[in-house]
Write a protein that binds this ligand. Sequence first.
Ligand code: CAA
Length: 291
Amino acid sequence: MDIQSVGIVGAGQMGNGIAHVFAMAGFDVVLNDISEDALSRALALIDKNLERQVQRGKIAAEAKAAALARIRTTTRLADVGPTDLVIEAATEREMVKQAIFEDLLPHLKPHTILTSNTSSISITRLASRTDRPERFMGFHFMNPVPVMQLVELIRGIATDDATYKALHAVVEKLGKTAASAEDFPAFIVNRILMPMINEAVYTLYEGVGSVKSIDESLKLGANHPMGPLELADFIGLDTCLAIMNVLHDGLADTKYRPCPLLTKYVEAGWLGRKTQRGFYDYRGEVPVPTR
Ligand code: CAA
């Protein structure tokens, strides 16, 4: 299965990073979102992140120009259809993802591999609502995509070997490393990472430590590049809550119950960096803890 073109649905935090690495690896990219605004913001961000790599001597200026030239943007979902591989990177809500697949199916080529960048939702269930469960897989990138080495590959119950091998080869072409995960709630990375983040929020909620002391403890005491609350803001508190709910519902164990303080931040619309406020307030020169 020779994959040359890729369609990406959703130009947010993950979608634009995925477009960046595919374009750099020589694939033709069609990037889709519902608004022109989101697409322009994504292109500007890809440009900025590629420029950062040029400035640090990681890539040549010509490679940046060639990568940008390989990305086409569109607000029409149908334009994504004629690609060899589709990656859905929309918001972490099952209804939204299912609606996208439903609209997309009539436009796909018979051989197109369909994937979701979901960080937690059942691949088998998403696949069962499509016409190609054997050519459907979980294709989970980490944020920031251009920097993080890992891609999780998750097979649904019906995924065939040819599809798995084709995606494995794509990950190699991207210069990244694949980890295979079975299709259970939140797979590997988030099964371990999210309960840690949730526990950090409980530690704050119960007054054991402040935002600053919790983050400093994990950075200086466990050598994490970011503290857990800083990382939660980076990922998005709505995404963290959605993943905890998938773990809680899917594994039916109270140890996965989301911290009420996490729920409260999400209810307030304080979703982290993307809304400029979460466990830190990002509206000034430097981030200031909100508790
Ligand atoms: N695009 C391109 N390059 C980028 C980038 C981007 N978006 N963001 C950072 N970089 C590059 C920088 O240019 C820099 O490159 P050099 O090493 O060549 O100098 C390097 O990354 C480090 O960046 P900075 O010096 O600006 O900042 P930093 O040292 O503080 O590192 C970080 C930033 C890489 C994000 C680091 O803090 C980190 O690794 N944080 C943890 C990230 C993490 O855990 N991600 C996983 C989240 S979980 C997930 O994604 C799964 C899910 O489903 C929720």
